[in-house]
Write a protein that binds this ligand. Structure first.
Ligand code: FE2
Length: 240
């Protein structure tokens, strides 16, 4: 299978907890290309207090790596960010100081590990009014969803997208995220899946997860999660 799109990957060197060197980032991209990804969007962290990156820092880091990204045998790349959903970063996004996906129709959001903030529905409405589809990164990892998927169902019903970190399906993050990922997949609440790769070796887990999805749900589901799904999100649309 070719033509897949990875909407969440930490291949830019030395800017967060992802690739430590350009070589490592390039090897990550080579591995993703080898399993079918023709387009990978860099999503380095923007998380105050942990990864104090602003738009300019990320843009400059991506530009520094650009010569390496032009070599053959790699997927096409773009720059976006994994935005940590606090007041500071939310204000930045609304002010145009975030890094939405290319085309500026959708934006990747990461949440506090335990729960969604109380204001999440109101904030998502504001993003939608600004023309941005909120894309929830790895919902299977948020502890509130291990007890009940109701908060995620509510947000998806309200027009948000859910992005599976595929490696959760092969136990990379432990049994609870794996069970949550399986349940969310079973309910059909994911709109796309991604690698969230931080190291070249992480791609092995993604390959195993793809095999597992194919075995459980068939090749059409893989195509929906890694092909048509992410393409629709880049277009600001929720796939059917
Ligand atoms: Fe990530």
């Amino acid at each position: 299978m070719r033509g897949w799109v990875d909407l969440h990957c930490h291949f830019i060197a030395g800017i967060d907890d992802g690739a430590r060197t350009e070589d490592e980032g390039v090897r990550m991209l080579e591995a993703l290309y080898a399993i079918g990804f023709d387009h990978v969007v860099a999503t380095p962290h923007m998380r105050p207090g942990m990864f104090d990156n602003q738009k300019r820092d990320l843009t400059e880091a991506y530009a520094r790596m650009a010569p390496r990204l032009a070599q053959s045998g790699l997927p096409a790349t773009d720059l976006s960010s994994e935005h940590y959903f606090d007041d500071v970063v939310f204000s930045r996004i609304v002010a145009g100081e975030g890094l939405p996906y290319p085309g500026k129709k959708a934006v990747l959001l990461e949440f506090y590990a335990v729960d969604f903030p109380q204001a999440v529905d109101r904030c998502f409405s504001a993003l939608r009014r600004a023309g941005l589809l909120p894309v929830i990164a790895h919902p299977e990892r948020y502890q509130c969803l291990w007890r009940s998927l109701e908060p995620l169902e509510r947000l998806v019903d309200g027009g948000a997208a859910a992005l599976l970190d595929a490696a959760a399906l092969v136990g990379k993050y432990g049994s609870q995220p794996q069970r949550a990922a399986e349940a969310i997949l079973e309910l059909g609440l994911y709109h796309a899946a991604c690698s969230d790769a931080h190291r070249p070796d992480d791609v092995k887990d993604v390959a195993r997860a793809i095999k597992r999805i194919e075995k459980l749900y068939g090749a059409d589901e893989c195509e929906a999660l890694f092909g048509s799904g992410p393409k629709a999100l880049l277009d600001g649309q929720l796939p059917d």
